[in-house]
Design a protein around this ligand. Structure first.
Ligand code: HEM
Ligand SMILES: *[C@@H]1O[C@H](CO)[C@@H](O)[C@H](O)[C@H]1NC(C)=O
Ligand SMILES: *[C@@H]1O[C@H](CO)[C@@H](O)[C@H](O)[C@H]1NC(C)=O
Length: 419
């Protein structure tokens, strides 16, 4: 009898583990799982190795605003099984067929999607995509969910790795929902719109960003605005009026009804054309500084002990300090998520860290190898032509010719705002 119970128990635990294992989604992050869990999950995964990003890729028709809300990319709202998350850019691309409609994609698919759909520069696209993949993706299947978690697994809206506090239209995780569109917050964006044109511009974005930070400090005892979240929070403010902009508006500003369709429905307005030139690391950096400079008192930090105890975090990188941002992300995000990986997972981490480093190599940042040097192609060892391609372009990122005009343009606009 005792033996029978033991056998039944064995079968029971076996089957219950089996269902658990079968249910583990291909896009679920493997961070934080124990050796035992990994040993059960990894054999069920379809292993796939993504290629290195081409950080100098340019879309076709450079200089021409291309119609992207076209007949081949109609808006199809998500169904009940499709994943959507905190990023209006990625939600929109999935709804218009620039990303798989179910919201699960590889880093390469996401890079292609953001470049084709919005003309985001390949360098900044690689930074954001590989940061997201290392933080929230499945490094063995090469798949990332643009939302989730749906079944206990992690995805882009997992709080504290990439997703963070004081989003423009999403609440803080502390208050519960951290990824759905929030009408109250949208109305606060509306309050900052240019009253004459009803548009959202650098001034609106800067003021809304600043007020959200103040709200966080005074309302959320666990408020944090540091590490990758600090530069990312500012960059997202800038994406709003640079990437959702209609290319024929004279200055970067977006009609509020257009902002709403992007943020709420993940939908491009009729006749939407993407930016004519790639918006890369340099453009974003210049604009981010100008936006920050409208309220130049916010430093990265967090509430140390309940509300209104915000202290600057001197170990947290600043805005466009690329090498610091890179090093901090590797040491404080990746290594903390994966303190002691082994086997295939360790190789996949090494490889994705090499890919993540490529856009930083192009601005002169030395690489870090927390898991050891890559020793094979599987571990991200690049062939010499690839490395040379990046090194040759050090300090000469994708769109430098255009940036000087953009910097000038942005400076003039800021002075106009201040005046
Ligand atoms: C390259 C791949 C991208 C990834 C991995 C990514 C990821 C994310 C994540 C995780 C967030 C949430 C951060 C937070 O608010 O806590 C976010 C927010 C945001 N993203 Fe993306 N994003 C990408 C591309 C884009 C593009 C192409 C655009 C615009 C065309 C965009 C626009 C935005 C905006 C405006 C927000 C802020 C939303 C808000 O604060 O309410 N992103 N993104
Ligand atoms: C983010 O929001 C989702 C949905 O409301 C919730 O299930 C999840 O626990 C939240 N994440 C965190 C860590 O707060
Ligand atoms: C939206 O945000 C406001 C202000 O932070 C908050 O009071 C409200 O509960 C949120 N609404 C939802 C539906 O989460």
């Amino acid at each position: 009898m005792a033996r029978l119970t033991a056998i039944l128990l064995l079968i029971f635990t076996f089957t219950s583990h089996l269902t658990e294992v079968v249910a583990f989604p291909a896009y679920g992050s493997l961070a934080g799982l124990s050796e035992e869990e990994l040993a059960m999950i990894i054999p069920t995964l379809e292993i796939s190795k993504g290629p290195p990003p081409d950080i100098h890729a340019k879309p076709d028709n450079i200089g021409v605003p291309v119609l992207v809300n076209d007949a081949n990319h109609p808006y199809v709202p998500p169904g009940p099984d499709d994943i959507r998350g905190p990023c209006p850019g990625l939600n929109t691309l999935a709804n218009h067929g620039y990303l798989p409609h179910d919201g699960v994609a590889s880093p390469k698919q996401i890079m292609n999607g953001v470049m084709t759909g919005f003309n985001m520069g390949a360098d900044i696209a690689a930074v954001v995509v590989f940061a997201a993949h290392l933080a929230d993706g499945n490094l063995l299947t090469d798949k990332l969910s643009i939302g989730g978690p749906r079944d206990g697994s992690r995805g882009l809206n997992y709080h504290g790795t990439f997703e963070g506090d004081v989003s423009m239209t999403r609440g803080d995780a502390y208050f519960g929902d951290n990824h759905s569109f929030n009408e109250t917050l949208f109305q606060k964006m509306q309050d900052e719109a240019d009253p004459f044109f009803n548009t959202f511009n650098i001034r609106s974005a800067a003021t809304h960003r600043f007020k959200r930070i103040k709200d966080g400090i005074s309302g959320n005892p666990k408020f944090a605005f540091n590490h990758i979240r600090y530069p990312a929070g500012y960059a997202e403010s800038v994406f709003t009026y640079l990437l959702f902009r209609h290319p024929w508006t004279p200055l970067p500003a977006v009609k509020m009804d257009v902002i709403r369709t992007f943020f709420q429905d993940g939908k491009m307005p009729d006749g939407f054309h993407r930016a004519p030139l790639p918006i890369g690391m340099l453009e974003i950096a210049a604009e981010v500084v100008l936006l920050w400079a409208q309220y130049p008192i916010v430093l990265p930090g967090h509430n140390v002990d309940g509300i209104n105890t915000y202290r600057p975090d001197l170990t947290s990188p600043s805005l466009i300090t690329w090498c610091w941002i890179y090093g901090d992300f590797v040491k404080n995000t990746v290594v903390k998520l994966y303190p002691n990986p082994s086997g295939q997972l360790r190789s996949a981490l090494k490889r994705n860290l090499v890919y993540f480093h490529l856009p930083f190599a192009a601005v002169g940042c030395p690489p870090l190898f927390p898991y050891g040097l890559p020793l094979s192609e599987d571990e991200g060892l690049l062939d010499q032509a690839e490395v040379k391609g990046v090194v040759d372009q050090i300090q000469a990122p994708v769109s430098s010719g255009w940036s000087s005009t953009r910097v000038w343009d942005a400076l003039v606009r800021t002075m106009t705002c201040w005046a």
